[in-house]
Design a protein around this ligand. Structure first.
Ligand code: AP5
Length: 221
């Protein structure tokens, strides 16, 4: 299956991506995580992207597309993938559509996670993430079993530099200005499915897997 997760910052894309990728045995391609890896390794791309990310602005399309097209060439993406955080602009969506059309492997579904804006800041400022396996925690809603280390791999958790209230508000502005229009882009193509992202994580996972099982069974109408 080839799928895209769409939704504003804090909607639960990263949290659900880990569960979906495991359930469907597919690689999770999270452009935010890829940029953060580049930033940690201090590559040129990482340095350039970090300046935008720290301000809560989208990284320019050409940098994103270069990185994604390299990632899609890896063998593990040949039978399917899950995109978390990509595409974020119409230009990125068109580039992805063209790439997949050339390969004869179109997208199967775009899942949009819906969350009231009032929840977003609360979710983001107390988030902790695992830089090794992408696991996502929340100090109140989904705390790790042991303080500040990942339950799965024991890596110390990090507080992302862009997880402050001011930067989240900027990220939300970017979402409304540039990413929200993808909802119509994919709705027009009959690919958009909605999942309510409020409620316990396991409940949101259950709703998401139900949608994806329908798609996998060819029963998406
Ligand atoms: P990115 O890393 O993609 O961040 P984002 O899209 O802003 O999304 P988040 O990771 O903040 O939220 P999420 O929806 O994954 O929520 P999560 O599951 O963590 O991008 C960062 C930056 O990179 C961008 O600003 C941009 O600069 C750049 N970038 C990346 N991709 C780009 C692209 N394609 N083009 C241009 N620039 C790009 O959950 C949030 C919190 O809520 C967690 O603490 C979690 O534990 C908690 N939570 C989750 N679900 C629930 C629930 N059901 N109940 C209670 N709490 C919950």
């Amino acid at each position: 299956m080839r799928l895209v997760l769409l939704g504003p910052p804090g909607a639960g894309k990263g949290t659900q991506a880990v569960h979906i990728a495991r359930a469907f045995q597919m690689p999770r391609i999270a452009t935010g995580d890829l940029f953060r890896e580049h930033a940690t390794q201090e590559t040129d791309l990482g340095r350039e992207a970090k300046a935008y990310m720290d301000r809560g602005e989208l990284v320019p399309d050409d940098l994103v597309l270069r990185m994604v097209s390299e990632r899609l060439r890896r063998a593990d993406a040949s039978d399917g993938f899950l995109f978390d955080g990509f595409p974020r602009t119409v230009a990125q969506a068109i580039a992805l559509e063209d790439h997949l059309a050339d390969a004869g492997t179109p997208l199967d579904v775009v899942v949009r996670f819906n969350i009231p804006e009032s929840e977003i800041v609360r979710r983001i400022v107390n988030r902790r993430t695992c830089p090794t396996d992408g696991s996502v925690y929340h100090l109140d809603f989904a705390p790790p079993e042991h303080d500040d280390v990942c339950d799965l791999c024991g890596t110390p958790l990090v507080h992302r530099a862009d997880d402050t209230e001011a930067v989240v508000r900027r990220r939300l502005e970017e979402y409304h200005a540039k990413t929200e229009r993808l909802e119509y882009f994919y709705w027009e193509r009959g690919l958009l499915r909605d999942v309510e992202s409020v409620g316990p994580v396991e409940e949101v996972t259950r709703r998401t897997l139900a949608v994806l099982d329908d798609i996998a069974d060819g029963d998406a109408a």
